[in-house]
Every structure is written in C-alpha cells, then in structure tokens.
Write a protein that binds this ligand. Structure first.
Ligand code: ZN
Length: 409
C-alpha cells in the first residue's frame, strides 16, 4: 500500500466545466483533489488553490463523476454464445478474462460496477486483487453466484435452490464469500435456453426468504425480471432493484413507485442481441426472444419515465456483443428514448450510487467525496456520445489518481 500512496499527489483542475452528478453544472469550476478525496470544489473565483500543487488547465474541458454501471458480468466476454463459452472454460481462464474486462471497463471511465452474477466466487478474488493494487479495475460491488430455481435462468452463473432452507443457505454462503448484494432470478431469461422471459421463476416464498436473509446480513437484493409477474413478486418480496424490467405495465409501475424500487433497464443487453442476424453465433432461441421483446422494452422504459420511476444505469455488459468498455452506450440508448442527457448522467452517477448504497462516497463531485472523475474534451450535455469517444477521454481518475487516458501518463 505504501507504493500506492506514493503515487498520490495534490491536483487542481482549473477553469473546467463541471457536471456534478446531481444535476448542477458550473461553467468555470475549480476542483482540488488531495489524496483520495475532493478537498474543495466550486466556481473558480471562490476556490483557493494551494501552492505546490499540480495544476491542470481545464478550459474547454468537462468533468463528470466516474460512471457507475449497476449491471455487469465481468466473467462474460460478450461472445455470441456466452453460456457454452463459459462452460468450456477452465475457471482460472475465466478469471483472467474477467481481469481484462475490469481494465477495459475502468479505461472507459466506469470507476465502479455492480457485478450481478459471476462464475463461482471469482468476482471476489478479482475485487481483492483490484483493491490490493495488483490489477487495474473499477470498484466492485459483487453478488457472486445468482440464486435461481432448479433449471432456472442464469444457472450457468448461479446456484440452483429450492425451498426456503436452501435459499437461506445460499444467501449466507454468498455473503460469507464476499457478496455485497444478493441477486435472485425472478423470471425466465433471454440467454438460457428453455426459459421464457415472461414466466415467473422462484416462488414468492423463496424470494421473500432471500430478501429476509439478505436483510439480516445487511445486504440488499437485486432481482432479474422481464415479465410483470416476476417483477411484482420480487418487489412485494422486498427487492431493491429490478433488472431489465422489460415488460412493464401500469400496475407494476404502481408497485415500483409505491415501494421506491429502482429499475435498471439494461437497454444495451436486448439491443445488442436483437441487432444480430441469424448465423451471427447467438443461439436462435436467444435471438428470437430478444427481437420479440425490443419494442416492449422501449415502451417499458418510456412508461417508467412518464411515471417518474427511479432509474439507475446498467448495461448487462458481457452478454452477446455487449462489450466491456462500451458501457456508455447505455446513456446513448436512454437519451434516444427521450431521457435528457443530464438525467442519463444522474442515473449513471449519483442515482446509481444511491442504488448501490454508496451515495455518501461516490457518484457526485462535492467536497469530501472520493475523487472518481472523468475529464472529457467534449460536451456530453449536447452530445451524449462524447462519453464513449476514446479520443475525447483525457483522463479517468479513481480515488485521486489518474489511472487511464493521456493525463495518467
Ligand atoms: Zn445480467
């Protein structure tokens, strides 16, 4: 750790356009970073920059908080057939792949991810390696294996359970291994053959038990659900977020609202699969399901916005052709469906941080917050795609250190 500390220095970025992550913009801001945190931030005329500090001229540049992707699978490599790929790999090989994906994610300006399903317990090993400075990567909130019913969706990265007792054991085992969130599968899915997205999976009692046990251990629950019944079951059981929420209706939107549950739409997941033609390598069953649901998914997202539901950004990166490092495509997709760029940025910073229980440390640029930020030569409020343009990415700062981009050199 001594080595790492030596690389920290006090930095001021001056006269920069600052998007703070909560909805405010300061056109000429100065931000001072000391150690791992933000020491001061505000309009340039009000911030005193101490002497003997590295100064970066920010005129013409924009900074935003490091992005937070609430739904990734670092162990999946965006291969056309992720299920058979994973099943053919040795676990150690999968871990090496996940490490590479972690680096690609960080380099794209994603400084934190919630990994909601991985092989065995490898995500916790990767997290430790990143925290020890062995490997570059985003801060990870990991679920480990998902909990699914016997023969259920996502069993290739899951632990199959039946009955309350097995659910309780599985939750406790995930937490003991390092899980900070518990992922349950409340409906069928796209990628697992033989499951249908609109069928509910796991019983209400099992979902309730998962939430109870997770709560007892201080962990929230994220639930995968495409269909309305699966969503309703998970919300009534006490889940904190619904992943995908593809087939939302008015009644289910009421439940989201009433229980203040987050929706993580993962528009990129269906879109990247549905964009493929037969023969691209994605199994036909997955392709057909994705194509059939895309329109409904868009309608669900629009309904959620009309109803003012809580939305946090998540891509499902790792699923077919949904590459790690392309995470900011999700903001483009949300904006294309009517969300204002500022809202998309909030959903990917302070909103996402609130969902993952880290809103007091990350997701906004304010004094005392961890210094996770991205310096961009561009204007994401006018062109949201600037966030995905590597030529515009001048620096990714994680906990006070530039870790990627020209400013890191
Ligand atoms: Zn997923």
């Amino acid at each position: 750790m001594r080595q790492k500390a030596a690389r920290y220095k006090a930095i001021a970025i001056e006269q920069v356009r600052l998007i703070d992550g909560t909805g405010s913009v300061i056109d000429r801001a100065t931000i001072v970073i000391r150690g791992t945190t933000i020491a001061s931030v505000g309009p340039s005329r009000t911030v005193v920059v101490p002497p003997d500090i590295t100064r970066i001229k920010g005129r013409g540049l924009t900074i935003i908080p490091g992005l937070i992707d609430c739904h990734v699978h670092l162990c999946l490599g965006a291969e056309p057939d992720v299920v058979s790929t994973l099943e053919s790999e040795q676990p150690a090989y999968t871990l090496l792949k996940a490490a590479r994906h972690a680096r690609e994610t960080l380099e794209a300006g994603i400084t934190t991810v919630r990994d909601v399903g991985s092989r065995d317990h490898l995500i916790f090993t990767l997290k430790r390696a990143i925290e020890a400075g062995l490997q570059p990567g985003p801060r990870i909130i990991g679920a480990g294996q998902v909990l699914c019913m016997i023969g259920g969706h996502a069993r290739f990265i899951g632990r199959e359970v039946q009955g309350a007792e097995q659910v309780r054991d599985a939750v406790a085992a995930q937490v003991a291994a390092g899980a900070q969130v518990i992922k349950v599968i409340a409906s069928g899915g796209v990628l697992t053959p033989g499951t249908s997205p609109d069928e509910a999976q796991m019983t209400v009692e099992e979902l309730r038990t998962a939430v109870e046990e997770a709560k007892r251990l201080g962990r929230p629950v994220a639930a995968h659900a495409h269909g309305a019944t699966g969503m309703a079951n998970a919300i009534l059981a006490g889940a904190r977020s619904i992943e995908h929420a593809t087939l939302l209706d008015d009644e289910t939107a009421d439940l989201f609202e009433h229980h203040a549950v987050y929706m993580v739409p993962t528009l990129s997941a269906l879109a990247t699969t549905a964009a493929c033609r037969r023969g691209c390598g994605i199994p036909d069953s997955a392709l057909d399901k994705a194509k059939a649901m895309t329109k409904r998914h868009h309608a669900s997202f629009k309904l959620a916005r009309r109803r003012g539901l809580l939305i946090a950004m998540g891509t499902d990166a790792g699923t077919p052709f949904n590459h790690h490092g392309d995470n900011a495509q999700e903001l483009e997709r949300m904006v294309a469906l009517g969300m204002a760029p500022m809202e998309a940025i909030i959903a990917s910073t302070s909103g996402a941080a609130r969902l993952i229980g880290a809103g007091d440390r990350i997701g906004s640029l304010a004094r005392g917050m961890v210094a996770d930020l991205v310096v961009i030569n561009g204007d994401p409020l006018a062109h949201i795609d600037h966030l995905r343009d590597r030529n515009r990415m001048l620096g990714v700062m994680q906990a006070g250190r530039f870790v990627a981009g020209p400013l890191a050199q």
